[in-house]
Design a protein around this ligand. Sequence first.
Ligand SMILES: Nc1ncnc2c1ncn2[C@@H]1O[C@H](COP(=O)(O)OP(=O)(O)OP(=O)(O)O)[C@@H](O)[C@H]1O
Ligand SMILES: [Mg+2]
Length: 136
Amino acid sequence: MTIIKSEVLPLFTDDDLVKVRQAVRAWMIEQEFSLVTQTKMVTASSELGRNMVVYGGGGCARLECLNDFDRRGIRVIFEDQGPGIADISQALTDGFTTGDGLGLGLGLGGAKRLVNDFEIWSEPGHGTRVTITMWK
Ligand SMILES: Nc1ncnc2c1ncn2[C@@H]1O[C@H](COP(=O)(O)OP(=O)(O)OP(=O)(O)O)[C@@H](O)[C@H]1O
Ligand SMILES: [Mg+2]
């Protein structure tokens, strides 16, 4: 698998999140993903980016365009050095939230269902990394 291009964007504020959403949309359009698939990837990115801002203290989003034999992919890696997640399967469960009561606890599980590949790594005290990929 080859990484054709990549770009790292800071992600600390709501404005940064807007820019990450726009960049993911632009990269998906450039690779001619369907509108529905674009929207799934942007929505998943938005949820993961928001979690990073709210819970992870911010971090960065790395966008990558992939070539795997005859497939094209867009991968986005969200990485923060925040408090981490103690129980990942609990965090992925719909309805689980440690937020202020406004969140529905649907972001992580929802993002996982929207994309082709979803990987999460987290270590309490060190941070969290979530990688999502869409293939065409
Ligand atoms: N980057 C992160 N760093 C630390 N904890 C996280 C991170 N992302 C998610 N979590 C934890 O996982 C929980 C579940 O996240 P999820 O996105 O599913 O729900 P939520 O953000 O609480 O609500 P919603 O996304 O529906 O608004 C969060 O409440 C938080 O405790
Ligand atoms: Mg969330």
